[in-house]
Design a protein around this ligand. Structure first.
Ligand SMILES: O=C(O)CCC(=O)C(=O)O
Length: 268
C-alpha cells in the first residue's frame, strides 16, 4: 500500500477518536451584569465527575443514572436559546407577563405573582445576608408554558432520559448569592444559561444538617466551614455549556455565584 494511503487511514482513525466539539459560549453576560458576590465563592475542589459529550447513553445509565451525580460537558447546544435569554430580549418579549415567585426555603413555599419586568427591576438582587430563605423570593419553576412556549421550544434539553420518565422544564433567573436550601425529589438535570451555579449534594442516606428556613448562603458561611471531612457534601460549580445530573432522592442545595439564568429538566 502506498505510503500516502497509510497516512490517510491513520488520519481517518484519529478523526474517529476525536472528541465531539464542545459548543463555545461567548464570554458575555447577556446584559445580566453578572455581579459576583464576594461571600459566595467557588469550591476549592470539585468532587463531581465531569465527562464530555462522547459519553454514551448506556454509560450514563450504567455509571451515573441510579447512583451518583455527574456533570456533562458540551452535551447540549443552547447558543440560540441563550441569545433569547439576554435581558433585553426577555424583557422585550415577556416583560409584561406575570411570573410566579416562590420563597427560597425547603418546605413551605409562599407564592407571589408579579410582572416579569417588576421582578427584574425591583427584586432581582444579590442575597441579603440578614434575610431568611422564607423571606427571599426566587423565580424558578411554576412557569407558564403557554405564554412562554416560544422560548421553551428553543431549549435543547440533555439527550438522556431515565427509562419510564419524561422531562418537565423549570426555568429561573436569580440574583448572586441566592439559591435553594437542601431538599430532594426525583432525578433531573440543571443547566446554567448565564452565570455560575454552585451545587451541594448528599446521597439519600446522608441527611445534611441545615435550617430549612435559612438560605444556602448562610449555611455556606455558618455551617459548611465546620463540617468534618466525612460530613462534607459532594459539590461543584457549573457554568454555561455544562449540565449537572442529580439522581433520584439525592439531597441538593444551590447557590448562584452570579446573577444567573438557568433551567432544569425534571425526570418524572
Ligand atoms: O437551580 C436552582 O437554583 C434550584 C434547582 C433545584 O433545586 C432543583 O432543580 O430541584
Amino acid at each position: 500500500m502506498a505510503r500516502s494511503v497509510h497516512v490517510l487511514l491513520l488520519l481517518q482513525a484519529l478523526a474517529s477518536l476525536a472528541l465531539p466539539e464542545q459548543v463555545a459560549y461567548p464570554d458575555e453576560d447577556g446584559g445580566w451584569a453578572l455581579d459576583r458576590y464576594s461571600p459566595a465563592q467557588e469550591e476549592e475542589r470539585c468532587t463531581v465527575e465531569r465527562v464530555d459529550a462522547s459519553i454514551t447513553y448506556s454509560q450514563f445509565i450504567q455509571q451515573y443514572a441510579y447512583s451518583r451525580p455527574v456533570i456533562l460537558q458540551g452535551i447540549t447546544d443552547n447558543v440560540e436559546f441563550r441569545s433569547l435569554c439576554s435581558k433585553k430580549r426577555l424583557l422585550q418579549e415577556f416583560g409584561d407577563r406575570q411570573v410566579r415567585l416562590s420563597t427560597a426555603n425547603t418546605y413551605s413555599y409562599e407564592k407571589v405573582d408579579v410582572p416579569f419586568w417588576e421582578y427584574v427591576d425591583q427584586l432581582l438582587k444579590p442575597q441579603d445576608l440578614n434575610s431568611l430563605g422564607c423571606d427571599t423570593l426566587y423565580f424558578f419553576g411554576d412557569n407558564n408554558f403557554t405564554e412562554w412556549g416560544s422560548l421553551f421550544e428553543k431549549y435543547m434539553p440533555p439527550p438522556f432520559r431515565i427509562p419510564g420518565t419524561s422531562g418537565a422544564y423549570s426555568f429561573g433567573i436569580a440574583g448572586s448569592g441566592t439559591g435553594v436550601p437542601f431538599h430532594w425529589h426525583g432525578p433531573g438535570f440543571s443547566e446554567v444559561i448565564y452565570g455560575r451555579k454552585r451545587w451541594f449534594l448528599y446521597p439519600p442516606e446522608q441527611t445534611p444538617k441545615f435550617n430549612p428556613n435559612g438560605t444556602t448562603l448562610s449555611w455556606l458561611l455558618e455551617t459548611y466551614p465546620y463540617l468534618p471531612e466525612a460530613a462534607r457534601p459532594v459539590e461543584c460549580t457549573i457554568r454555561p455549556g455544562e449540565v449537572l445530573y442529580f439522581p433520584d432522592r439525592w439531597w441538593h442545595a444551590t447557590l448562584n455565584l452570579d446573577t444567573s439564568v438557568f433551567i432544569s429538566t425534571f425526570l418524572g
